[in-house]
Write a protein that binds this ligand. Sequence first.
Ligand code: BES
Ligand code: ZN
Length: 999
Amino acid sequence: MEGPMRMSDVLTNSQPHNNYNTLNNEENSSGSPNESGFMVNKRAMYEPGAVMVCSQKRACCVVTLGFVAIIAVALIVAFTKPGCPEATYTGEPLPGQSIRPTSSPPTTPPTATNGELFPWTSVRLPTHVRPLHYDLSLHPNLTSRYVKGELTIKLTAIEETQQIVIHGHDLNVTSYKLHNKYEKPIGISKFLEYPAHQQLYLKLDEILRRGSNYTLRLSYEFTLKEGLEGFYLSSYKTANGEKRYIATTHFEPTAARAAFPCFDEPQLKAKFHLSIYREPHQFTLFNMPLQTSVKAEDSDLILDQFQESVEMSTYLVAFVVCDYDHVTNKTSNNVSVSVYAPPMMISQASYALRMATQILDFYESFFGVPYPLPKQDLIAIPDFGAGAMENWGLITYRETALMFDPNHTSSRAQQRVTVVIAHELAHQWFGNLVTMAWWSDLWLNEGFASFMENLGTGVAEPGWAMQEQFIVEKMQPALSLDALLASHPISTPVDDPAQIESIFDTISYKKGASIIGMLESFIGQDMLKAGLRLYLEAHRYGNAATDDLWEALTRILKKSGHNLDIKGIMDTWTLQAGFPLISVGLEDGLVTASQARFLVCEENVTDPNEPLNSTLGYKWHVPLTYVTSANPKNETMHWMNLTDVEFEVGKEVKWIKFNVGQRGFYRVTYDEGGWDALIHVLQTEPHTLSPADRASLLDDAFTLVKAGTINATVALNLSLYLKRESLYIPWHTALNHLFSWVQLLFNYSAHTLMLEYIHTLILPHYERVGWMDTGTHIERLLRSEILMAAVECGNIQAIEEAQKRFAAWRNKNESIPPNLRSVVYKTGVRYGTEEDWRHCWQVYNTSSIPSEKSLMLKAMAQTRDPWLMQQYLEYTLDGSKIRPQDVMIVLSEVSQNPGGRLSAWRMVRQHWTQISQLFGHGSFTIGAIIKAVTSPFTSAFDLGEVESFFSNVDVGPGERALAQALETIRLHIQWHEHNLDDVTQWLHQQLSQPEGRDE
Ligand code: BES
Ligand code: ZN
């Protein structure tokens, strides 16, 4: 089994949907079919009661908001008025900015580095000036690590103002000059730096005229550090072990300001020109192609100058200085596509090149907008925090997300490569061409790219069942996280860098992708595509907000005669956290379905009548789909428009399965008879239901058990049919849940029983899949998971087979088929000796195959030797042993090892200061670490320990992840209270039956 979520997993792939003819055959209880055939309950949708009622409290709120807005406007006016800049230090927000305080509101007036008052208090920049053009010249010395920068920014004044505020982070500005358009100098009477907001402030001697352009010239310097953001140093080893340095960038979301002073907000787009000095044996890359290369006058260096970029946001700027090799190809539209990698790895680059070229061609035709740059580079970076970054024309990747070797790399890792490529290429339109106006709409970037990645991958690799994989990769993980009270709405206010970082999460990515998938399911792919084209067309080289997308889709639907209130529907999914649980009953052919927010952790549920800060009252527009025993292949849909519904299905109906194909972002529970009927179908004729429906039943049932909504025996009885399940999608879903129960039962007598039970389910499949790495892509994915499950269940034959292959690999250098490597390496180390572990350590250190190194990292975490484990954990604190980018993988894998769960937690506690210094700025890492090391905890004692430790430490951007981690431990405790006895009893009873009894 793959481990728990880590950032690079949290952000995995996605896909499209198939059949849209269901739109035309619905009926509706309270609404009526409109001319298009869409089922809209108009009454519920347009009646004011649902959304418009304004209580006294809310009226007060509105008045207060109005008042705040007036003050804000007044202050902005004050700020623009020459002579009284100090008036702004009350820190009021800008128009269009959230009125929530920033995470660390200044308690004392903001003080600049020189001790003076810093006159601008908002973490957002003032809107009086905006950049038009940046001309950046950089002189990095990769040996001395000194970087000198010269920057010319062409600005325009939107409003009269006498000051300029701009971002800069850890830069030493050595000179600053301002000129008007006639090159007449404008005096700068004050230059201040305010590190808390990473801002620079210039007070001018003159008022800038509205509508006029100016030129700001800055010289600055900084030190290149080995890090994972800004302009940083990375390194790799050549074939003969020589260490080579490269310098590279990662700016999203707020690190461009660490490489050059800039207006570092996504809506402040400008054109960029770069010149950069390099050594003769190196070359440089930028978003745009190279224009000229000349020898520097006073040194041996070469000065590279690049073509000017298109209008773009600062976070998408990128440049790299390196000495890599590359391979190149052309798309049918003559765009030059290249993959860059360290020379030893270049043979693993051709797959990525082929995929990128094909997918770029596909997106051009899908979006109907040509890729606007002359080239697209993809480059592997040895030290890379995320999985990849979509810099326009120069996409940077973690090595494992780009390199593929058919003789070594597993299907799972290959899929990751294609999916990441498809994701980043989708951003070239969604994100780069049209950018969210502010980070609170990050989902427009990440949700869309996550939705598109399955489509793109599916086109390049049609045999991979990417469409079917959507539910396990996107829907299920998103539904799982979004059932926590500590979740958040897709569109959520964020101001400061830590808050911004913290929304690069499963909600923005996977819930975002899921609700687009749901939207596609009820408007059809053609409408979705047409709407997206209109949206891209309307906002290209500009910015957009969520409502702009709904508007484009509404327009397209209207044009085809459909009157669907897209914004009304979608607001219920983007503005509220969570999703509904639909509870259905069937009596005499009459279905009753009601909706309520689903929260998996009972302890959180306060007064259900007191909506937890959603103005929509936690009601949704739910496209409720179903199939029945009478019509198992024909999907029907009813809208639940913020309400419950009732409708007839016919008295002959024996069973109903709701949420067909798990395409809706909701869960369903049935009455006892309803669950029994479905269990019966699965037992007797499982293929009546589609693989996705089988998976969705498992996913809902196991989750509802967690929440205490249904009895554990329902999920267990449902799981019995797995003996006859042969497909990957339901199995992947089932194994995730079954092994999560194994984790929960650790330390209890039922632990062995649970493993024994899983073993009875997988045994026929273990024998069927065998140890030959053959079959379709998803058959191979299934084989890896079944073999690993067999080892986990203690299947002697599987363990011996894996050990035998491990020994042959270690001693005779016998190669292992790519898809068997994970189970062989893990089992080899788990049941092996210290020498076996050391062998893996050596392979990890010398291999030039990224997928192999990653397997070694995971395998070494399997050791049962406490000393080796401890040593391995300590290596994570030493960057020369384990790269910081990989620390998360080690901690997460060790936490899942029964012998390592406590050690990982202790290590993190003991070295918290160091760990938070390493990862504290990048929320996903610190958050993911907290989640990983606390995920195995199941007792009140553990909860107390975690709470008390974190009550004294600042987790910065990991705050929400911590809340989610604590809620998860509470959930585990709740699971025990509800289910331990029932599960134990059921397992005893089941395992005492003669084999095959249940068939
Ligand atoms: N824009 C992100 C990279 C990013 C992530 C920047 C977090 C800042 C913070 C990129 O498009 C991305 O989403 N990468 C994913 C891979 C993708 C396939 C989900 C990643 O890094 O894992
Ligand atoms: Zn992305």
